[in-house]
Design a protein around this ligand. Structure first.
Ligand code: UT7
Length: 323
């Protein structure tokens, strides 16, 4: 059967690193509160004029270099973002142009914090169908642009950044011992919009708007939703919390991650945590975490990796792959 496998990883963080102490000078918060409630110690914030497509392009270039693939050999770009450069065209097309790619297709997917799982699933299905051969899958965000910097309940939580992977189609044996993406599971439930949304848009206010969140409500739903899609991934592949090598979750809050891992029986030494350094970078968080663990040597070829995310919509999803 035709599957897709990951050839390389890349990521990019804006140079400006903002600590909790620095935020405490702007809003009524403290390093102690942010660290205890979320695990976040710092986040990166894009410079003026530095856009989502610029971060995405840098992450994509690094992933291409890691994979040993030339930009011209990419025929599909799927980019997940909730903070596009413009309402249109799709940010993916700006990355396509910046990389000098003139063939194939590039488009965005919108699933907020679950965006990378949705983008990877979409690209995997294109490659498995035989319609495309090599894909860049990117999660990139400049959430700093849609934060209300007066609202301490949200502005301390998020950061900017981008991560990317290069995926290639190949003929696999069709067993769960194969390398490549072995299963993906996506869900959404639009009834939860008001718990996590942006209060503006082209068709409502004509503005970009600001992020609004009922944090406690989101937290309450997160662990159950995450557990559901991971249980689906286990059922589809026969893997379980003991037989996976790494758990690379969306990085929203260390307490959500550890509660999910504990509920699923995933030992904490298998969990890749980057929330302390990046904050919640929405669609960028999983590929940023994957690249971090790949470059520091934790992730190795042959290992089984489980990813999951949950976010605005609500949307949620999981994917399980062998490197
Ligand atoms: O990416 C996917 C989507 N997002 C998430 O997954 C986020 C999910 N939610 C969370 O991570 C947590 O709910 C938060 C980190 C947002 C909040 O943690 P919490 O433990 O649920 O705190 P809380 O909202 O219940 O607030 C507790 C207290 C409140 O004060 P009172 O009412 O108890 O006096 C808040 O006003 O903490 C106060 N508070 C703060 N204090 C200092 C809220 N934000 C801050 C702050 N600094 N930045």
């Amino acid at each position: 059967m035709r599957r897709s496998r990951i050839l390389g990883f890349g990521s990019y963080l804006p140079a400006n690193r903002v600590t909790n102490e620095e935020l405490a000078k702007r809003v009524d918060t403290s390093d102690e509160w942010i660290t205890q409630r979320t695990g976040i110690m710092a986040r990166h914030v894009a410079a003026e004029g530095e856009t989502t497509s610029m971060l995405a392009t840098k992450a994509a270039e690094r992933a291409l270099a890691d994979a040993g693939v030339k930009a011209e050999d990419i025929d599909l770009i799927v980019l997940a973002t909730a903070t596009p450069d413009y309402t249109f065209p799709a940010t993916a097309t700006q990355v396509q142009a910046a990389l000098g790619i003139t063939k194939g297709v590039a488009f965005d997917v919108a699933a907020v914090c679950s965006g990378f799982v949705f983008a990877l699933t979409t690209a995997d299905k294109f490659l498995a169908s035989g319609s495309h051969k090599r894909a860049l899958v990117i999660g990139a965000e400049t959430f700093s642009r849609i934060l209300d910097w007066e609202d301490r309940t949200t502005c301390v939580l998020f950061g900017d950044g981008a991560g990317a992977v290069v995926l290639e189609a190949f003929e696999a044996a069709g067993t769960n011992e194969d390398v490549g993406i072995l299963t993906t599971h996506l869900r959404s439930d639009g009834r939860h919009r008001e718990k996590l949304y942006v209060d503006g848009g082209p068709s409502t206010t004509g503005t970009a708007g600001h992020l609004r969140m009922e944090g406690k409500e989101v937290f309450k739903h997160a662990v159950g939703m995450i557990t559901d899609v991971i249980t689906d991934a286990y059922a589809a592949t026969g893997y379980n919390s003991s037989t996976i090598d790494w758990f690379v979750p969306h990085q929203a809050n260390r307490r959500i991650i550890t509660a999910s891992a504990e509920k699923l029986g995933i030992s904490l030494d298998k969990v890749v945590l980057t929330v302390q350094d990046h904050g919640n970078t929405s669609a960028a968080s999983i590929p940023l975490a994957l690249d971090t663990a790949w470059r520091d040597g934790r992730l190795k070829r042959g290992q089984v990796v489980l990813i999951e995310a949950m976010g605005g919509g609500f949307t949620w999803g999981s994917a399980l792959f062998r490197l």
